[in-house]
Design a binder for this molecule. Sequence first.
Ligand SMILES: NC(=O)c1ccc[n+]([C@@H]2O[C@H](COP(=O)([O-])OP(=O)(O)OC[C@H]3O[C@@H](n4cnc5c(N)ncnc54)[C@H](OP(=O)(O)O)[C@@H]3O)[C@@H](O)[C@H]2O)c1
Length: 298
Amino acid sequence: MSGQQTAVITGAAGMLGSALMKLAPAAVRTVGVDIADGDLSTDEGIDGALGPYPPSLHERSYGGRDQPDVVIHCAGYTDVDGATSEPELAQRHNALATEKVAVFCAERGAKLIYISTDYVFDGTRGSPYSEEDAPNPINAYGRSKLAGERAAQQIAADCLIVRTQWMFGPGGRNFVAAIIDHARHGGEVGGVVDEIGSPTYTRDMAGALWELVAEPISGIIHLTNSGYCSRAELARAALDVAGLSGVPITEISGADWDSPTRRPAFSVLENRRWAALGHAPLRPWQKAVAEYVKSYLQ
Ligand SMILES: NC(=O)c1ccc[n+]([C@@H]2O[C@H](COP(=O)([O-])OP(=O)(O)OC[C@H]3O[C@@H](n4cnc5c(N)ncnc54)[C@H](OP(=O)(O)O)[C@@H]3O)[C@@H](O)[C@H]2O)c1
């Protein structure tokens, strides 16, 4: 970005949105909105959170202009099991809300960056997925996020879809924090061995996203910390850093885990385009987990 630019962060109270707010470059003016400002799946919510179109006297001012330069759309329905039991709710918050945010961006000429997920893939390929691979979601959450991707691409043609996975960080419930809390309260820790992904720190993701904001690219890009592991290996790494090495992890299969949702077995995202753009890989997930766990326990 050159000069003073304005970026709207939706889902600004959530895990990734709060990291983006915190790590915004000095040259970017951020406007953070979340559900308390308006439900983005409704026209009233869009007007309340982002401002109506055509612009009125009462709307938000984006640095004295009618539109932001970019909208990083992090808001979403992220409860994977909740999406399985209430798929229409996931569609509303992930697909319909994205459609409305995309219309806002198209009307204002703002760039849309939509945060999506590895769950658009079925996880059967057995090797990392590149941006060219065909999605085939196997659960309601994945279907709702893919519908969001398609709405974004149809309405805001130059949008950028950034797929990530297994995020952890301050500002929201996440697997790493949940495992540590559970173990500290004496609970038995179960770790799924046949679900493989790349744990990704919101702090690293936010820094990389701000780099992407400065680049005139569209389409799809995959972005995660480097390396991959099973849920059981992630749990072990988190507990070790937390000084809980003595806590055993019962290794289980995803099929035996008490969840109503089928999850992709191997949904690692190859960061092929990120590398092709000349960026260094994000640090290995183990280093990111160690940094987060230390700060979580302080
Ligand atoms: N977490 C992961 O591991 C992961 C992995 C891959 C991709 N992603 C994607 O990355 C994005 C950010 O994830 P996150 O974990 O940071 O999310 P998060 O912590 O759950 O935050 C999302 C925020 O969006 C809000 N929200 C939901 N529906 C909304 C709506 N219709 N209008 C306005 N606000 C709404 C939520 O409010 P409520 O809490 O009140 O619902 C919440 O504050 C999401 O799009 C997610 O699908 C996440």
